[in-house]
Design a protein around this ligand. Structure first.
Ligand SMILES: *Cc1c(COP(=O)(O)O)cnc(C)c1O
Length: 435
């Protein structure tokens, strides 16, 4: 038995892997990864895989990034962790100041995962209305096909059947608004016209239910987990107006799209709006350590600021504001500044889009791109397309993880043009072998 085989057998005996029917590993083997470097992941025997999905959308500047690694090492010699209740430290203060400047919001509240950030935003919004003499505003709305995480509260506003249906009896009720995902439009309609038609439906619902609504939570510009469903920013402009008009919070879940993915630092910038809450995670540490944050307005913060303890936001996680994670986030933000990443990604994103021509003869539709995310849908009758394509891509040295029939690229920003060419060639073969 080789080294890979031994490790994966031990893993199957001892580890319950996420988002997985474990029995499927009888036919689809686990891939034991030994080390990473740049866009590449290596197994124990030296076989390498190009990480075209940034390890579930978290990695921004490649594996084994010297600048992020050094920042964590430096912090490791100073302070690994201290509780954030009653204490503070330099990395959390500096990160909060920086995130405040970037988002136009403030009062950063920290947790470790995206779903926890969703929970925090929902609880803060609800509690804000309670503190403000509007205790009837308790309900949340989200988009059809939305994804906001899988803890019970976050799952309550998520609308992906395979994650949600089993747990439905445990979840709070929320209503879903028509999704502006352009794939759902009429053939004759422009993306903008469709976005505005969906926003009209939102306006109607909110006008009728605002008395009981706390917040509308939305993934700005791209519903990633729904298969990279992209939509026109006009939807967000209207959503902001509607929420302001009817006194309903707008929560921007930028967990997947924040930190440059869509071509701007945050997706909301492309609609010129500021939400009442922004949820951040995934790329925030460059993919190094778990960290999430929620930032909000002074107005929300002030509603909690009181002599009464119970009016305060009594929510916490053990690792809130962990200094190591904050130092990784600061190093990540420093790379954005030093390398002028948002600007230099423009050429990269254009090259990525142009390489779609390598796939032009495949049966595909809805080719779409927003910054460093490129996606298309494959017209295949193979009911197991996504798993077969995933396996076929691995055989070509490529980590692709199609969502249903949607194949997408969301590579680290450090990917080079020759690496993008390799990615396209491997994708071509993988799709041809799994149609
Ligand atoms: C991944 C994701 C989450 C959940 O984050 P976790 O860290 O996986 O809990 C929430 N919202 C969006 C938009 C996401 O992409």
């Amino acid at each position: 038995m080789n080294l890979n085989q031994t490790l994966l057998n031990r893993s199957l005996k001892s580890v319950w892997h996420p988002c997985t029917q474990m029995k499927q590993h009888e036919t689809y083997p686990l891939i034991p990864i030994k080390r990473g470097d740049g866009v590449w992941l290596y197994d124990a025997e030296g076989t390498r895989y190009l990480d075209a999905v940034s390890s579930w959308w978290v990695n921004l500047f490649g594996h084994n990034n010297p600048r992020i690694k050094d920042a964590i090492k430096l912090q490791l010699d100073t302070l690994e962790h201290v509780m954030l209740a009653g204490f503070t430290h330099e990395p959390v203060v500096e990160l909060s100041e920086k995130l405040g400047k970037l988002t136009g919001l403030g009062h950063a509240f920290y947790a470790s995962d995206g779903a926890s950030a969703t929970e925090i935003a929902l609880k803060m919004s609800f509690h804000y209305w309670r503190n403000s003499g509007k205790p009837h505003k308790t309900k949340f709305i989200s988009l059809q096909n939305s994804y906001h995480g899988e803890t019970l509260g976050a799952l309550g506003v998520t609308d992906v059947a395979i994650f949600k249906d089993t747990y439905a009896p445990l979840l709070m009720q929320s209503a879903q608004m028509p999704s502006p995902d352009f794939r759902l439009s009429e053939a004759s309609e422009s993306a903008e016209a469709f976005a505005l038609r969906c926003a009209d439906a939102l306006a109607l619902y909110v006008s009728e239910h605002h008395a009981t609504l706390a917040a509308f939570i939305v993934e700005p510009l791209i519903q990633c987990a729904a298969g990279m469903g992209m939509y026109h920013p006009a939807y967000l402009c209207r959503a902001r107006e509607i929420c302001s008009q009817y006194d309903v919070h707008l929560i921007a879940d930028e967990i997947a799209v924040g930190f440059g993915r869509t071509g701007s630092m945050f997706a909301c910038e492309q609609a010129g709006i500021t939400p009442d809450f922004i949820c951040l995670s995934k790329g925030i540490t460059g993919g190094y350590l778990p960290l999430s944050a929620v930032l909000t307005t002074d107005k929300v913060y002030q509603a909690f600021y009181d002599d009464s303890t119970l009016k305060g936001f009594l929510h916490s996680h053990s690792y809130t504001g962990n200094p190591l994670a904050c130092s990784a986030a600061l190093a990540t933000l420093a790379i954005f500044e030093a390398d002028n990443v948002i600007e230099s990604n423009q050429a990269k994103s254009a090259y990525l889009g142009s390489q779609m021509r390598a796939l032009a003869n495949l049966p595909i539709e809805h080719v779409r791109q927003q910054g460093m995310i490129l996606a298309f849908d494959v017209k295949s009758k193979n009911a197991k397309f996504s798993r077969d394509c995933y396996s076929a891509a691995l055989k070509q040295g490529l980590l692709l993880r199609p969502i249903g029939n949607t194949v997408y690229f969301m590579p680290p920003y450090t990917i080079t043009e020759p690496e993008m060419d390799l990615m396209m060639q491997a994708t071509l073969l993988a799709i041809q072998n799994s149609l």
